[in-house]
Design a protein around this ligand. Structure first.
Ligand SMILES: N[C@@H](CCC[C@H](N)C(=O)O)C(=O)O
Length: 262
């Protein structure tokens, strides 16, 4: 089968995207997804997305990790898919699309920045004063550390991800250093890639929520990742819940091509 693909990246979190509005790629197998994401034998990416058509929405986002399995929400992927939809002629002031965790809204700014509204977050489990567990569309473990750039993200991330508590469902593991009240650095070990990626949108969101600077009301946290900067805006409520969470940053096409797969 010949496949027309598009490669996008959002702060270095990279994705193969297929336009599946005419159901051309409905039969894609997990093995084929794994092959397409392979950095040596395939195109190379952290994940693959299908742009599906959807009644009542602008489109549907279907997400696969690079291990070939479908997964939950991907924040950087969602932002890239909105830019892709725009490039494919779906132009909206506010996009409304459906993903594994429900409805998302998104906007593309004049400078090309894509802002994506994430699901509300109601439960943050504080394991101790440095370790937290929450779901921002995908499950995330957030660990506050010092000198995150010198941290062994692969080994420590792997240890937590494969610990008894998470062995079955898996978890993404974020290591976070606080720079200022409203600035953090985040490195993430991603489930389904089973390695560190340059950036993880749902992980950046989770890390920013844990690091609020205003206990009640509006917060904006600037997040540095290995692949660039993102910002996360949100409202924190007195019951500790979060709403109006927006993940904002660049999302760009890298290249497009055609590949033959078995
Ligand atoms: N890179 C993503 C997260 C993708 C899903 C994750 N690997 C999982 O399986 O939970 C992001 O930008 O959020």
């Amino acid at each position: 089968m010949k496949l027309n693909f598009f490669k996008y990246q959002g702060t270095g979190n990279d994705f193969v995207i297929l336009d599946n509005r005419n159901h051309e790629y409905d039969g894609l197998t997990n093995e084929q997804v794994k092959f397409l994401c392979d950095r040596r034998f395939g195109i190379g990416a952290d994940g693959l997305m299908l742009l599906n058509s959807a009644t009542d929405y602008d489109f549907e986002m279907k997400y696969y990790n690079s291990d070939g399995n479908t997964s939950t929400m991907c924040g950087n992927g969602g932002r890239c898919l909105v830019k892709f939809a725009f490039h494919r002629g779906i132009t909206r002031t506010i996009y409304r699309f459906i993903a594994a965790d429900g409805l998302h809204e998104a906007e593309i700014d004049m400078d090309g920045t894509v802002s994506l509204k994430m699901k509300d977050v109601n439960n943050i489990e504080e394991l101790n004063h440095k370790d937290f567990l929450l779901d921002t569309g995908s499950p995330h473990y957030v660990k506050m550390v010092n000198d995150v750039m010198d941290y062994d993200v692969y080994q420590k991330g792997h240890d937590i991800r494969y610990s008894n508590k998470f062995a079955k469902q898996g978890v993404n593991v974020n290591f976070v250093e606080q720079k200022n009240d409203d600035e953090i650095i985040v490195r993430t070990y991603e489930r389904g890639v089973e390695d560190e990626t340059l950036s993880c949108g749902t992980g950046v969101t989770a890390s920013a929520l844990v690091n609020f600077h205003n206990e009640i009301g509006f917060n904006e946290v600037i997040v540095t990742t290995k692949g660039g900067k993102l910002s996360v805006e949100y409202d924190r409520h007195k019951d500790g819940n979060y709403s109006d969470i927006w993940l904002c940053g660049p999302a760009d096409m890298v290249f497009a091509g055609c590949i033959e797969i078995n």
